[in-house]
Design a binder for this molecule. Structure first.
Ligand code: C5P
Length: 407
């Protein structure tokens, strides 16, 4: 899902000569699908690894190559200046050790080098190389220099490398590259320096080794909040029940299964959190006795499972939190939404509750869109504020309200 504010952005993609260059065709496609305009600069080696024609076809534009820097035909338009003036953000993926050095030292001897030097907005670098090259103090020094310039240098993934090594140095996934690009151009940075603890997804309360009691929560709302908070600069910890959603790049996920595990993880992370958002659909009950063996259907016509109440994590956090920590809860209701939301603020000690009628079309569990109302503990603001849209837009609206509560 692309955030609304990321649509129609002008992206200048610099592709340098690492083997991962072949993956950039997918990246260009994803950027175009996000309604972005993409101009591409290929280094000489990159042009041997990925066909300029492929990229030109996908971006629907000509691709800029080394010869364009000094060609008689293009020279008068000064491509490196025209391109750098045009773009909102530069993305260098994959970024070789050499291009990293060129950027850090202001080397303008190539088209890509000259364009980076002329560029005045954020540059996001995606280094991809052999692990020893990455760990070399020379590379590390270049990374620090670029970060010092205010650019973003994204840590590579770990795994099998083209050189035969196993380790750090892989180009991150296309989705992660998009996440980091959006984070670099996000118009709001109001969560920079804040730790946001978010819970998401359902819990699974096992009754025997192969069966559990749960609910249809997909985790989409909590994951969208995690992505949006991260774009806005937060340090995000996502305590997540079982979910098929992708963890946004830069978000630290703590996977849990049961409500009790979720409780422990939340309490471990609570101390230095500035904001806690409880978007998880926590199971209210768990089996009183877990059967270590599979329950056999032949044994009984009617099966009675005795259940006991799970801890109310939100209430416990509210009791333990220190002054200034903001606690936000969710209320998924099928009737009397406002009444139930206000009762929840009171009984759980929340600062704010995000309420939705899950029986409505286009809202609630597993839906890509949502329609919520936000209520605050402050009685003066009883007037609910509705937020509609895809879950990223709703997440953005919720975080706007949270930002309003932050000191
Ligand atoms: O009581 P109810 O489940 O409707 O309240 C929903 C809110 O409380 C959500 O924010 C949910 O994450 C949180 N909750 C919790 N622990 C529970 C049950 C709900 O933190 N055991």
């Amino acid at each position: 899902m692309t955030p609304k504010w990321a649509r129609n952005k002008k992206i200048l993609l610099g592709i340098s000569g690492g083997i991962a260059a072949y993956k950039t065709a997918e990246l260009v496609r994803a950027l175009v699908k996000s309604d972005c305009e993409v101009e591409i600069i290929l280094t000489e080696t990159a042009a041997r690894l990925v066909a300029p024609l492929t990229l030109a076809t996908l971006s629907k534009r000509r691709v800029w190559q080394e010869a364009d820097l000094r060609s008689d035909e293009m020279g008068w338009r000064i491509p490196h200046i025209t391109l750098s003036d045009w773009a909102d953000v530069m993305v260098i993926a994959p970024c070789t050790a050499n291009v990293l050095r060129m950027a850090a030292t202001g080397n303008s001897s190539t088209l890509l080098g000259a364009t980076m030097l002329a560029f005045t907005r954020p540059i996001v670098f995606f280094p991809a190389m052999n692990s020893h090259m990455l760990a070399n103090p020379a590379t590390k020094g270049n990374v620090r220099t670029l970060e010092g310039f205010g650019h973003r240098v994204v840590d590579p993934d770990s795994g099998p490398l083209a050189c035969g090594y196993e380790g750090k140095g892989r180009l991150p996934s296309t989705e992660a590259i998009l996440d980091e690009t959006w984070a670099a151009i996000c118009p709001k940075r109001d969560f920079a320096g804040r730790k946001v603890l978010i819970t998401a997804g359902p819990t699974h309360e096992y009754i025997d080794p192969v069966r559990f009691i749960s609910n249809p929560s997909s985790g989409k709302m909590g994951y969208a909040l995690a992505a949006e908070a991260r774009y806005r600069g937060a340090d995000v910890v996502l305590v997540t029940g079982p979910s098929n959603e992708r963890v946004p790049s830069g978000v630290r996920a703590i996977p849990v299964t049961s409500a009790q595990e979720m409780q422990r993880a939340c309490l471990d992370e609570l101390q230095d959190a500035d904001v806690i958002i409880k978007a998880a659909a926590v199971g209210d009950y768990r089996a009183r006795k877990f059967s270590p063996q599979k329950i056999k259907r032949e044994k009984a016509e009617i099966l009675t499972i005795e259940m006991e109440r799970n801890p109310d994590i939100a209430r416990e956090i509210s009791a333990r939190r220190r002054p200034g920590q903001i606690l936000v809860g969710f209320a998924a209701e099928t009737e009397n939404v406002m009444e139930n939301a206000l009762r929840k603020i009171e009984s759980k000690g929340l600062d704010m509750v995000v309420a939705n009628d899950v029986s409505e079309d286009g809202a609630g569990f597993a839906s890509n869109t949502n329609h919520v109302c936000v209520y605050f503990s402050d009685v003066l603001s009883l007037q609910p504020t509705p937020i509609f849209g895809d879950k990223l837009e709703v997440a953005s609206g919720i975080l706007d309200r949270v930002a309003g509560l932050m000191a």
